[in-house]
Design a protein around this ligand. Structure first.
Ligand code: PLP
Length: 402
């Protein structure tokens, strides 16, 4: 008997899956104790602060191991709303907040509640690797809007306007961006919002790196609305509090949207673990300084990596303004970014991620993560530099010889 799987399984099998092959090999090798340096993933090497972990442990000991309100506990929803009010100046309450299992789950909930088969969704690219499957699982079609390397990976607003069609329902973006670390400024946010208003679109603003901005200020998209209306803010504690494994995130949107998320969550998640929500509330209320501390650490690491790669032949590292990644243009070495990643790992044991996984604009770039100690980053950069010195074409009179 032949077994058929759903159409959805085809829609979630898109690009991005192969990007992790070298990373997976490197992780396995590291576990076997081999001499590898894993700079390919955005999972903080830092520990979740003790006050947060202790709250979860205490909650488990106290028997907080039962079903919970599907939409999230009132205390956590209120804490997320207070954070949003503080950051975005929005009038928000618990009724605007749905607690989810990480920003990834929040993104899935958001698109599932906002777009239908045949709709179109404008996605700003470079785009985080899960976006294609997350959007396309709905049956909607993506129109990618390029933020090109030549434009410093900044969005050209005319390109967004040109991508909007009658069937477009939503704009999806990450601000700050993964992988480029670009942070949108107020003019860019206003221009995007004006396009959404003109065409009556939703904006799904993924702000998981919003707490990790080290160059300039972070303005949430929600700051453009007095109270949530067309902007759905997606956030989590994964990066800001080194809590990737806790799976704690949220959506912030109009109450009617939040009701839909609740019904979807009932069918899909059935609520977050109570002890995780207790820990998450402790993160927001009692570890409010943690994001600033982590930002300082990532900023310092980014400067170290920039210095360590400065002047390396064929490489052009771009200083990020936020987040935990740095993009390196490797085209001058003479390989595709995919070949660069494979050969770098084979020859030096350093794993980085092929920028092509985030879309054509970052083809030719690799993404280096700062989720490792300074010593590890420095050793990784030393090996990358040596690799570039070995393979980059000889420079003759300031020009790369052919
Ligand atoms: C841009 C972006 N959005 C969402 C996520 C998922 O975050 P979470 O761990 O909260 O699901 C990530 C994780 O790396 C990310 O980089």
């Amino acid at each position: 008997m032949s077994r058929n799987y759903s159409e959805l399984t085809g829609r979630i099998a898109g690009r991005g899956a192969d990007a992790w092959l070298i990373h997976a090999q490197a992780k396995d090798a590291a576990q076997r104790g081999e001499d590898v340096i894993v700079l390919s993933v955005g999972d903080p090497d830092l520990d979740t602060p003790t006050v947060i972990a202790e709250r979860a442990i205490a909650a488990i000991r106290a028997g907080d191991t039962h079903y919970t309100p599907v939409i999230g506990r009132p205390g956590l929803r209120a804490a997320v709303a207070e954070r949003q009010a503080r950051l975005a100046g929005q009038r928000v309450g618990a009724e605007h907040v749905a607690c989810c299992s990480g920003a990834q789950n929040a993104l899935y909930f958001a698109v599932s509640c906002l777009v239908s088969p045949g709709d179109r969704v404008a996605v700003i690219e470079p785009a985080y690797v899960t976006y294609p499957a997350t959007v396309e699982q709905t049956g909607a079609v993506i129109d990618y809007v390029t933020a090109s390397a030549e434009a410093g990976f900044r969005l050209e607003v005319d390109a967004l306007a040109a991508a909007i069609r009658p069937e477009t329902r939503a704009i999806v973006l990450a601000n700050p961006n993964n992988p480029t670390g670009v942070v949108l400024n107020r003019d860019e946010l206003s221009a995007i919002y004006a396009i959404a208003e003109q065409h009556d679109l939703w904006i799904i603003s993924d702000e998981v790196y919003g707490d990790l901005v080290y160059d300039g200020a972070f303005i949430p998209m929600g700051a453009l609305e007095e109270t949530p209306d067309r902007v759905i803010t997606v956030g989590s504690l994964s990066k800001s509090h080194a809590m990737t494994g806790w799976r704690s995130g949220w959506t912030i949107g109009p109450p009617a949207f939040t009701d839909h998320v609740e019904r979807l969550s009932l069918a899909m998640l059935y609520g977050m673990p109570g002890f995780v929500m207790e820990a998450a509330e402790a993160a927001l209320r009692e570890a409010a300084d943690t994001p600033a501390e982590m930002t300082a650490i990532y900023h310092r690491r980014s400067r170290l990596a920039m210095q360590a790669l400065d002047g390396a032949p064929g490489l052009d590292a771009k200083a990020p303004a936020a987040g935990m990644f740095m993009m390196i243009d490797v085209r001058g070495v003479g390989f595709t970014s995919q070949a660069f990643v494979e050969r770098l790992y084979r020859e030096t044991g350093v794993s980085v991620l092929d920028g092509g996984a985030f879309g054509p604009p970052t083809d030719g770039f690799v993404r280096l993560s700062f989720a490792a100690s300074e010593a590890t980053i420095l050793e990784g950069c030393r090996r990358i530099r040596r690799f570039a010195e070995t393979h980059a074409p000889a420079v003759d009179g300031g020009r790369i010889a052919s």
